[in-house]
Design a protein around this ligand. Structure first.
Ligand SMILES: *[C@@H]1O[C@H](CO)[C@@H](O)[C@H](O)[C@H]1NC(C)=O
Ligand SMILES: *[C@@H]1O[C@H](CO)[C@@H](O)[C@H](O)[C@H]1NC(C)=O
Ligand SMILES: *[C@@H]1O[C@H](CO)[C@@H](O)[C@H](O)[C@H]1NC(C)=O
Length: 453
């Protein structure tokens, strides 16, 4: 007893002595190396500011949104027209909600809706989502992230240099993902080229594969704006997309210089789905891959018909309605001066030839989507309406009263359900926050497992 007390005292003495030594050496550092100390201090401050933005501002959604818009304005040099303010943004939002609400109420009113019955199917929880850039995929990604987090599933998180993707624009490779307990992932939803080998190696055999596509011309415009192609191609005309498409093969030369043989404009969405983007429809290997992809990925969401797509997804995966609610605020929303410009016939025809695989794929998947919708019949139509009403109610609630809660009675398609502050927060939570939370949870589980084998 006395012995350990003596040792404790000795340890305390030495630690005070060490701390004093650190202080003196810091003072010495300050005298001799002032610029270095200032630099280090500055870096610590920046880090603190970054952490503040990451964690604290997360609570203050609107302020953060304003900040992001301001940062984007600064960064976007091709920006010419006025950026939407928060007010305009909201205005657009409530208009969309109104538009969607009005037909809904008239059709379901006064009709007898059968009561909620628990589903007879088992939810499918293993999903590989091919996140196509600039196709509204961020909105859908957050649905998958929320589902994975809520159901304690493992999400494949990029462990490489880019926290948002797996070795983009190459195929993902085995060392790309953070390890998890058990080594098997339930959900893949970060940017990755479609790569069946990775899915087979890292995910359960019953993994459902799904993707999203967007109308080709809108996608092209969005891509153009996103990576400032008009500046790169020196397209100073008022209709850069039209000039580009009318002379598309000339610009392809410039493409190959910038992007090392890859093209940001040609068959881009197909490229994400594993196609060789420099080929055309009719080519033997293209046709072969087309057959494989359309078999392995039977269903692809279409951004222009997002609500229909989500209800088909819900039915395919046997999920609940609350699983597919999504944030109305368009993620990565950008406005640019040529967004709604119309194109000449020549330009559109050239685009069709230039991105022939994209067109074939988009048309195929739009057709299969509507076949599914038709198969669902009247029941699908009613569920879709119900989903739209509920989703707009939830969004409206979270916008007006994000800290409160609101209950919804059971209907045929959903059990009684309450939206609360936690759900509102998760509905609009950004990817990097999800990544951070998922990584904490997954690493903790792995660590505990390694400690107690
Ligand atoms: C997820 O895990 C937590 C903590 O272990 C548990 O309370 C919760 O019920 C789990 N959720 C589901 C959907 O299994
Ligand atoms: C683009 O094509 C138009 C005709 O379609 C032609 O007049 C123009 O010179 C071409 N521009 C370039 C840069 O090739
Ligand atoms: C998809 O197909 C449906 C049904 O044929 C059609 O009404 C719709 O316009 C198509 N969507 C797009 C964006 O082309």
């Amino acid at each position: 007893m006395r012995r350990s007390g003596w040792y404790g005292f000795l340890r305390l003495f030495y630690s005070i002595k060490d701390n004093l030594a650190v202080l003196t050496s810091l003072r010495h550092l300050w005298r001799t190396n002032r610029p270095l100390v200032v630099l280090l201090g500055g870096m610590v401050l920046l880090l603190a500011l970054y952490t503040y933005l990451l964690l604290v501002i997360e609570e203050k959604y609107e302020e953060r949104q304003k900040l992001l818009i301001a940062i984007r304005n600064l960064a976007d040099d091709s920006f010419r027209s006025k950026q939407p303010t928060m007010e305009e943004h909201k205005e657009g939002l409530s208009q969309t909600i109104k538009r969607l609400e009005s037909p809904t109420q008239s059709r379901t009113q006064g009709r007898h809706i059968p009561e909620w019955q628990p589903p007879t199917c088992e939810p499918k929880q293993n999903v590989a989502f091919v996140k196509v850039h600039k196709a509204g995929s961020t909105t859908v990604q957050s649905v998958f992230l929320r589902y994975g987090y809520f159901h304690n599933l493992t999400v494949m998180l990029p462990g490489g240099r880019n926290p948002a993707s797996f070795s983009w624009a190459n195929n993902p490779s085995p060392g790309d993902a953070y390890p998890v307990s058990g080594g098997v992932y339930n959900i893949l939803t970060h940017h990755a080229r479609y790569h069946p080998e990775t899915i087979q190696a890292r995910m359960p055999p019953d993994t459902v594969r799904v993707a999203i596509m967007r109308h080709l011309l809108d996608h092209l415009k969005s891509m153009f704006n996103f990576i400032h192609l008009n500046t790169k191609y020196k397209l100073l005309s008022i209709t850069p997309i039209q000039t580009f498409l009318e002379n598309v093969t000339d610009y392809a030369e410039i493409d190959s210089k910038f992007y090392e043989g890859r093209s940001p404009t040609r068959n881009f969405q197909s490229f994400v789905l594993g196609f060789d983007q420099m080929k055309d429809v009719g080519d033997e290997s293209t046709e072969q891959h087309f057959r494989e992809v359309t078999t392995d990925v039977p269903f692809v969401m279409i951004l222009e018909h997002l609500d229909e797509s989500l209800v088909v997804l819900k039915r395919t995966l046997c999920w609940s309605l609350a699983d597919i609610f999504y944030d109305w605020t368009a993620r990565n929303y950008r406005k640019f001066y040529y967004k709604s410009s119309s194109l000449s016939d020549l330009a559109m025809e050239n685009h069709r030839k230039w991105s022939s695989i994209d067109y074939a794929l988009y048309e195929h998947y739009n057709r299969t989507l509507w076949e599914e919708v038709a198969k669902g019949g009247e029941d699908f139509a009613l569920e879709l309406e119900h989903f739209r009403t509920m989703n707009s109610n939830v969004n409206e609630h979270c916008r007006i009263d994000p800290k409160g809660s609101r209950s919804f009675p059971a209907t045929k398609w959903s059990m009684s359900w309450t939206v609360d502050a936690k759900f509102c927060k998760q509905l609009r939570q950004e990817r990097f926050i999800w990544d951070w939370k998922l990584a904490m949870r997954q690493n903790e589980k792995l660590r505990r497992e390694r400690l107690s084998p």
